[in-house]
Design a protein around this ligand. Structure first.
Ligand code: KIV
Length: 269
């Protein structure tokens, strides 16, 4: 079968213009990446949320560039249609713009990502500009920014006060002006998300930001309930694979211990 037409940053822009909603999901392994791609997900994010949902770490701060390179390589190898975006992990872009270009460049050159995402607002506009100048497409990410959890103290709703809302609008404008081609809005009031969306030329992709965005993203392990430590209100459960996995493993253990597995049919003569 010929490869389907690849989604590009230009397509995402056209989708906003046509008011066609963007469906995005995270993936960091082969089965998830190929399922998402085959089922029509437009943008696949190799999110540093893998530190929590895959590795079980307390936050995303522990995720390294080497880990992102490894998972991005796996995902991009198996995605034929979707745009693959890799997260720039903590400390891979904050030290200085030269390091940011070098590290982001590795995600494209060595791991096959088509674009990178970085967390933070106007203060990172210069880094975004440098990346874009170097030919590296960038997705911004404002609202809740999990890499800053140690400074901010948690994952509370952002933009609920007038001052915070004004700041987020300014951040969104600054990132667009710096050349970001899309913007993730995480856990902000839906009215604010809609306002930001209407005032930007680039598409917004919401997570906990209501229906007024140009697209939606969820962490796949959250929506499949593979990650069960906590469930934010904005996560809709599409399956309960964590529960199914435990039940299946329980049945397997019982079968082995009671000699119901393996049968002769599952054995060789
Ligand atoms: O790391 C991640 O999965 C993300 C999403 C929550 C957007 O940044």
């Amino acid at each position: 079968m010929p490869d389907p037409e690849r989604i590009t940053v230009v397509h995402l822009q056209q989708m906003k213009t046509r008011r066609e909603l963007i469906a995005a999901l995270t993936a960091h392994d082969f089965p998830t990446a190929s399922a998402a791609d085959e089922m029509g997900v437009d943008l696949i994010l190799v999110g540093d949320s893998l530190g929590m949902v895959f590795a079980g770490d307390p936050s995303t701060v522990s995720v390294t560039l080497d880990q992102m390179l490894y998972h991005t390589r796996i995902v991009s190898r198996h995605v034929r249609r979707a745009l693959v975006v890799a997260d720039l992990p903590f400390l891979s872009y904050q030290v200085n713009p030269d390091e940011a270009v070098r590290n982001a460049g590795r995600l494209l050159q060595e791991a096959g990502a088509h674009a990178v995402k970085l967390e933070g607002g106007e203060e990172w506009a210069e880094v975004v500009r440098r990346l874009v100048t170097a030919g590296i497409p960038v997705v911004g990410h404002i609202g809740v920014t999990p890499q800053s959890v140690n400074r901010t103290g948690g994952y509370r709703l952002r933009g609920a006060t007038d001052a915070e809302a004004a700041r987020l609008k300014q951040d969104a404008r600054a990132l667009e002006e710096a050349g970001a081609f899309a913007l993730v809005l995480e856990k902000i009031p839906y009215v604010l998300a809609e306002d930001i969306t209407l005032n930007l030329r680039i598409p917004t992709i919401g997570i906990g930001a209501g229906p007024g965005c140009d697209g939606q993203i969820l962490v796949t392990y959250d929506m499949l309930s593979m990650f069960e430590r906590f469930r934010p209100k904005f996560v809709r459960l599409y399956a309960e694979l964590g529960k199914e996995m435990r039940e299946a493993i329980q049945r397997y253990v019982e079968d082995v211990k009671s000699e119901r597995f393996p049968s002769l049919k599952e054995s060789f003569k």
